[in-house]
Design a protein around this ligand. Structure first.
Ligand code: KIV
Ligand code: NA
Length: 266
């Protein structure tokens, strides 16, 4: 299996092949998704909500991302692995962003970093690109700004907002971004941005006229009771895991596990 490299992203767009991306936060799931042929694995700061039980992504630290990213990058044989820069680790300017990104690259083995924002972080995108670090942008609903945005809401509705979003996407591409995530963006706006940009757009709640899709894996797999509207449940893995745990507990309580096959002779 040939590893997915940065140039494959743009080549996929040119050929009209849709890119697949899922979040992953550990070696177990990373190797499963990698074996399933997922092109890109994102060590998202959604690790805060999904794995650590935080209410938002804001408390996530660089250290938490690094531990998870090292596990994912170590497990992935083929996928292009991207790590999120968490809230507070890049906004101050290119110097801060570069210091954080260099640390993440040195300590994890991921292939790229991602952070939120458009024009306001274009200088950061440029600095990292000049240092040889591929950057994935993230526009539309950006969870690190949820307090300012007023929670998860569609972004880029109306001509003026759509125009601002397009300008942000162009600014990221011009600064050197290798791809851009569009989250909760009206489908026609995402389509228009996808037409304008040479780099791939990766949608989440952004319709099908984008160059790829990303989902948070626990939403994709149906781990919890609730999934956002844009996140189709492609399995009921939470229910399957609960059934396995219940079956285990039943057999332990009844004494039928371990049986002869699962113990050692003298
Ligand atoms: O952290 C994350 O999971 C993300 C995706 C939703 C794009 O940024
Ligand atoms: Na994120």
């Amino acid at each position: 299996t040939k590893r997915v490299r940065v140039h494959h992203l743009r080549e996929a767009k040119e050929r009209g092949e849709r890119l697949t991306m899922l979040t992953a936060y550990d070696a177990v799931t990373a190797s499963i998704f990698d074996a399933a042929g997922i092109d890109m694995l994102l060590v998202g700061d959604s690790i805060g909500n999904t794995m650590h039980g935080y209410r938002t992504t804001l408390p996530v630290t660089v250290e938490e991302i690094i531990v998870a990213a090292r596990a994912v990058a170590g497990a992935a044989q083929r996928a292009f692995v991207v790590a999120d820069l968490p809230f507070g680790s890049y906004e101050a300017g290119p110097e801060q962003a570069l210091a954080t990104a260099v640390r993440v690259m040195k300590e994890t083995g991921v292939s790229a970093v991602k952070f939120e924002g458009g024009k306001r972080v274009a200088a950061q995108v440029r600095a990292l690109t000049e240092a040889g670090i591929p950057v994935v942008g993230h526009l539309g609903y950006t969870p690190q700004s949820e307090n300012l945005l007023g929670g998860p809401r569609v972004q880029g509705r109306g001509d003026e907002a759509a125009e601002r979003l397009s300008a942000d996407a162009v600014a990221l591409a011009e600064a050197g971004a290798v791809a851009v995530v569009l989250e909760m963006v009206p489908a026609p706006v995402a389509e228009r941005i996808t037409e304008i940009l040479m780099i791939p757009t990766i949608g989440i709640g952004a319709g099908t006229a984008v160059d790829g899709q990303v989902l948070v894996w626990v939403d994709m797999a149906g781990m919890g009771d609730w999934s956002p509207r844009f996140a189709k449940r492609f399995g009921e893995v939470g229910a399957a895991l609960k059934a396995a745990a219940s079956a285990y507990a039943d057999e332990v309580r009844s004494g039928s596990f371990p049986d002869a096959d699962h113990q050692f002779d003298a």
